[in-house]
Design a binder for this molecule. Structure first.
Ligand SMILES: Cc1cc2nc3c(=O)[nH]c(=O)nc-3n(C[C@H](O)[C@H](O)[C@H](O)COP(=O)(O)O)c2cc1C
Length: 396
């Protein structure tokens, strides 16, 4: 059961940035920066959000719409609006409700949730907690045998798609984490933790809930044969031996009959390769600017990928979405739907399930208002005629 959370005051929390501020207040610096930060100079992190400003709207005036149809179909699921919740690792550190609370909020809002491999709640509980579609994101941490166990559990529990993240052959260098003593806090000796304890004590609400939840959670879905669930502290090391290759994708194809989504592509060539390997959908993503720094923003990469796959697979995108207007721009550029990451993680960190609900509500209302202001009757009717992009954005 996810712990009860207080409803979020909707007059104080008007946009995603308000949720971010609440998250920053509730979380210790190490946990907030883990969510908020990006790799190295954080150039891609910043560019993901900034790129949306390069795209301007071309509204149709004097159009009266009483209602807009926000629904989108993704891999056969009807979503209440064109956004799902992206896989976000370590969610249980942000709030004890963690992945169960986020999945429940998504399902209640009529949309889907993607569970990260790096999760503190059992995948069966996450699936059971949600009314909506739930997909499982797979890293090959612990090797193929470990992954096979998780895939089998995901199938039995009723997960409807596997998301294979291909941009993480090694964890990105998020410089805020070592500065904040993230590793020491997760598993170091009490002596190594000492310098970071005052900051934890300065966040008593988070600390109390973390301790009541049993402290650092184990990774319940990475069960290494003969060893049991992996410790959180071991993840970065394990990831560096877990690069997913096209060969692995072929192997996964053999043992998973359902749809496969390839997440973490930025070029037309890679997207075509994913199509050839049997993907049902691709996610244009740079992992929220947390992996290789100085790659292009996801939005900028989207048109190239859409052109390359020629409608053979569904194209999703994520990175930098903080407003519903951002979602509308991505759809105009050819995305079927988007994934939101930090936007809901801030809500989870601020107030558990009700914070995620508020994040979704903010974005959904934004999308509806934007459509009406554009004079567009439905998400399905959005196309490039509603936006203008810089000349350099024309597809290669
Ligand atoms: C705290 C955090 C943890 C993440 N963990 C994972 C993960 O375990 N697996 C994965 O495929 N992507 C992970 N991502 C990337 C997200 O799925 C998504 O690509 C990214 O957050 C989108 O950018 P945005 O945060 O600007 O919306 C994580 C992102 C954040 C912020």
């Amino acid at each position: 059961m996810a712990p009860a959370t207080h409803a979020v005051n909707s007059s104080r929390v008007v946009n995603i940035d308000d949720l971010r501020r609440l998250a920053q207040r509730r979380l210790p610096t190490a946990v907030f920066d883990y969510v908020d930060g990006g790799a190295e100079s954080e150039i891609t992190l910043e560019e993901n959000c900034r790129a949306f400003r390069d795209v301007t709207f071309r509204p149709r005036a004097a159009v009266a719409l009483t209602e807009c149809d926000l629904k989108a179909r993704v891999l056969g699921h009807e979503l209440s609006f064109p956004a799902m919740l992206a896989p976000v690792g370590y969610s249980r550190l942000m709030h004890p409700g963690g992945e169960v609370a986020a999945a429940r909020a998504a399902g209640d809002a009529g949309t889907g949730y993607i569970l990260s491999t790096i999760s503190g709640h059992k995948l069966e509980d996450v699936k059971a907690g949600s009314k909506g579609p739930v997909w499982y994101q797979l890293y090959l941490v612990g090797g193929r045998e470990t992954a096979e166990g998780a895939i089998e559990r995901a199938r039995t529990a009723g997960f409807s798609a596997l998301v294979i993240t291909v941009d993480t052959p090694v964890a990105g260098m998020r410089e805020r984490d070592p500065r904040n003593g993230m590793k020491e806090l997760l598993g170091g000796s009490p002596f190594a933790k000492l310098p970071y304890i005052p900051n934890l004590l300065a966040h008593p609400r988070w600390l109390a809930s973390f301790l009541l939840d049993g402290g650092v959670p184990k990774l319940e879905n990475i069960v290494v044969p003969g060893k049991g669930p992996l410790e959180l502290i071991d993840v970065a090391a394990a990831l560096s031996h877990a690069a997913v290759t096209w060969d692995d994708l072929r192997w996964i194809r053999e043992i998973w009959a359902g749809p496969i989504v390839v997440k973490g592509l930025l070029t037309g060539d890679d997207a075509r390769r994913a199509v050839d390997e049997g993907a049902a959908a691709v996610v244009v993503s740079n992992h929220g600017g947390r992996q290789l720094d100085c790659v292009s923003s996801s939005l900028r990469a989207l048109p190239e990928v859409v052109t390359a796959v020629t409608g053979q697979v569904e194209v999703l995108m994520d990175g930098g979405i903080r407003r519903g207007g951002d979602i509308v721009k991505a759809i105009c550029l050819g995305a079927r739907a988007v994934l939101i990451g930090r936007a809901y993680a801030y809500g989870l960190a601020a107030a558990g399930q009700s914070g995620v609900t508020r994040a979704i509500e903010i974005l959904r209302c934004d999308v509806e208002r934007t459509l009406r202001l554009l004079g567009c009757p439905s998400v399905a009717a959005l196309d490039r005629s509603y936006i203008e992009t810089p000349p350099a954005w024309s597809v290669r």
